[in-house]
Design a binder for this molecule. Structure first.
Ligand SMILES: [Zn+2]
Length: 303
């Protein structure tokens, strides 16, 4: 199971539209604050999600402070505690008020040392809060929207349109040509960083077609067989990364200079060394990202 997946929460979509049921779940709930896109964490060396009780969260309530029901925790007997995400961005003193519970940190850089199930829960929390922060107005008529169903959707009071949380599908692929794989550096990345190519899907495309199009556009290669690997939610801010292996029909490259600064065919040994940080002045993707697992899976497939 990939990092960012495997949440143990039961989302209870059958109950979360009932305001009375949700209000009862707030009592004794675990409330996960987010501030300026950062998550509250605690612990060392392994980080955990830090929760605050309702009475503390209530001191940080603002008109912009969306609270979202994420789900119920697992329980051996009866019903588990409810878990909510709470946006405290509009409270500038939130880090000070909550410092006895934990500190706000970036989710992506914390992902390597966060407890796995907490990473999945915080991924959902961040994805939901990011979505709310970018969808305050109706895409259909432009009016201000309001939260509904415990923060799991937004509704336009003017035209009645319901807006549901968005996830943007993206393909990320490791192109292979015989015993080598293609790793590239985007023009926006630091000069030492090499990883898989990726891109957003476009309307009217299958996953396989998006993989072939992206590799042709960015690296000039023709791809035959495409094989699905796994998917990973990537809430920065709202992507679902769909990982694939793509068999190139030749190794000649024609890079798109507006997107790709460099691309290199790596042997298995070179790719393994990149993942292990053993190539001087070069680094690969972080271990929590699907790109790392795509490369690792290919390196291991030789054995
Ligand atoms: Zn509207």
């Amino acid at each position: 199971m990939l990092p960012f997946t495997g949440s143990p929460l039961d989302r209870r979509s059958d109950k979360r539209s009932d305001p009375d049921w949700v209000a009862q779940r707030l009592v004794g709930a675990r409330i996960l604050p987010l501030w300026q896109g950062q998550v509250l964490v605690t612990g060392s060396p392994v980080l955990k999600a830090a929760a605050v009780p309702l009475e503390v969260a209530q001191t940080l309530v603002t008109p912009l402070g969306v609270m979202v029901f994420l789900g119920l925790e697992e329980a051996d007997l009866g019903e588990g505690r409810a878990v909510f995400a709470f946006d405290v961005t509009a409270s500038p003193d939130a880090p000070e008020v909550l410092k006895s519970f934990g500190e706000f940190r970036d989710l992506r850089t914390s992902s390597l040392i966060l407890r796995r199930k907490d990473l999945a829960i915080l991924s959902q929390a961040k994805g939901m809060i990011e979505w709310h922060s970018r969808n305050g107005f109706c895409a259909r008529c432009g009016a201000k929207t309001e939260t509904a169903d415990a923060g799991t959707k937004r509704v336009c009071p003017l035209c009645g349109t319901e807006h549901f949380p968005r996830t943007d599908p993206a393909v990320i692929m490791l192109a292979t040509c015989g015993e080598r794989c293609l790793l590239a550096r985007n023009v926006n990345w630091t000069p030492d960083f090499y990883s898989c190519l990726a891109g957003f899907m476009e309307p009217g495309e299958s996953i396989e077609e998006a993989v072939r199009r992206e590799l042709h556009e960015e690296a000039g290669i023709i791809v035959g067989n495409v094989r699905y690997f796994a998917s990973q939610p990537w809430p920065f801010p709202a992507a679902l990364m769909m990982g694939c292996y793509a068999e190139a029909e030749g190794d000649a490259l024609k890079l798109d200079p507006t997107e790709i600064a460099d691309a290199v065919w790596y042997t298995r040994d070179q790719a393994r060394a990149l993942l292990e940080g053993q190539i001087e002045a070069r680094r690969g993707p972080i271990k929590s990202a699907i790109a790392w697992h795509l490369i690792d899976g290919w390196v291991r497939s030789d054995k």
